[in-house]
Every structure is written in C-alpha cells, then in structure tokens.
Ligand binder design. Structure first.
Ligand code: E4P
Length: 216
C-alpha cells in the first residue's frame, strides 16, 4: 500500500520524505488555507520534495473553469495530480484530462456507485472519505470494501486512495482490504511507527548494554 501525506506543511512533508516511505502528497483547499501559504508556491515546493503524485485541487465548479485551473496547476510540475470533485462537471473534466495523459484524483467520494463512475471516467485515483463517512453514521470501511470488489470485478485500473483517515486502525483495515493508497495526516503516519513495547524494549536493551561496558 502506498503512503501519501494529507498536508500542505512543508516541514512535515520533508520529515516524512526523509524516511523513504512517502509515496505522494494530497492537499485540498482547507489544508492550503491552514498552511497560510500561497497555493502555487507551496504546491511547487511540495512537488520538488516528493517524486510521487501531489494532488492539487481545482475550486471551479464548472467544466470550463476546472479545465482552466487544471491548465495552470499542471504547469507547476510533472508530478502534479489534478484533484476534481465527484460531480458531473468534475468527471467530465477527469475524462478530458486523463485522456490527455494528466493524472487525476477524483475526490469527495461517498458511495461505491460514485467510485464506479470515476473509474469509467478514467480517474487515476478515487478518494473515498472514510472518517467523514464514519462521522455520518456509515461504515467507511464498507465503502472501501465495496469499491475494491467492484474495481476487481471489472479490472478497473483506477487506484483506491483511502482518504479522511483518522487513526491507525483505519490504516490497518485499508491494508487488509487492499486499498492501493492511503492518505493520512502526518501525525497519524508518525503514530504508526510507535509501540509502547518497542520503547520499553529499547530501554531494557540499553540498560543491559550499559552494564557490559562495551562500545560498537
Ligand atoms: C483527501 O484527499 C482529503 O484531503 C482528506 O483526506 C480529507 O480528510 P478530512 O476528512 O480529515 O478533512
């Protein structure tokens, strides 16, 4: 499973990229607003840090407007992935852009039927939002499971990019189901490294090592 960081914070992206485990980045208008940075400038910077896809979202709601914005965004770097909402105009834009060889991430997916439409529109990635689905009384994991089944039934090449991930159990379940990618906030990704018994184990080994008086 590929790991994307869901953030526009440069320091966090650099830290995660240095582990060698970061495969891409997703941003959205809320994350850009939170960063306080200029959209174009920060997106260009992120694209230079990671080799993989960096999702940059359009804000126009009509097809022509989305195409115009995508044109500006895709000039930023070769690894820009245009993010469009799951609407009729969004999927029309998806079809046009992917037909042209541009990566497209279709976002704000809340049903398996929507994911089916995105795959038919040739999306590179579909982003089902697990946490927001859970928040509204549905099981976000059922959504991932259904999309996996449908995509495998028809051998769709669209990658399932599990989004709106809130904790490690979401990551684990996505890996069990076979999501292709998961995008999570840096804190969630960093949390995956942690285990109380790992810390305790290191502490114990170091204490015993000190007793030997040796060095390596
Ligand atoms: C995905 O691309 C979105 O940016 C993101 O995962 C949304 O997550 P949230 O529901 O935590 O805002």
């Amino acid at each position: 499973m590929k790991f994307f960081a869901d953030t526009a914070e440069i320091a966090d992206i650099k830290e995660l990229a240095a582990t060698g485990l970061l495969d891409g980045v997703t941003t959205n208008p809320s994350l850009i607003a939170k960063s306080g940075r200029d959209f174009m400038e920060v997106t260009r910077e992120i694209c230079a840090i990671v080799d993989g896809p960096v999702s940059a979202e359009v804000v126009a709601l009509d097809h022509e407007g989305m195409m115009r914005e995508a044109e500006v965004l895709r000039k930023l770097a070769d690894n820009v992935c245009i993010k469009v909402p799951l609407t009729i105009d969004g999927l029309k834009t998806c079809k046009a852009l992917t037909g042209d060889g541009t990566m497209v991430n279709v976002t704000l997916c809340f049903s398996a039927n929507q994911a089916l439409l995105a795959a038919k529109a040739g999306a590179s990635f579909i982003s089902p939002f697990i946490g927001r689905h859970d928040d509204n009384g549905f099981d976000g994991m059922d959504l991932i499971r259904d999309i996996r089944l449908i995509y495998d039934n028809y051998n769709f090449q669209t990658e399932i990019l599990a989004a709106s991930i809130r904790h490690g159990v979401h990551v684990l379940e996505c890996a069990r189901i076979g999501a292709d990618v998961m995008t999570a906030p840096p804190a969630v990704i960093k949390g995956l490294f942690k285990h109380v018994l790992t810390d305790k184990g290191i502490e114990g080994f170091l204490a015993d090592w000190a007793k030997t008086g040796q060095t390596i």
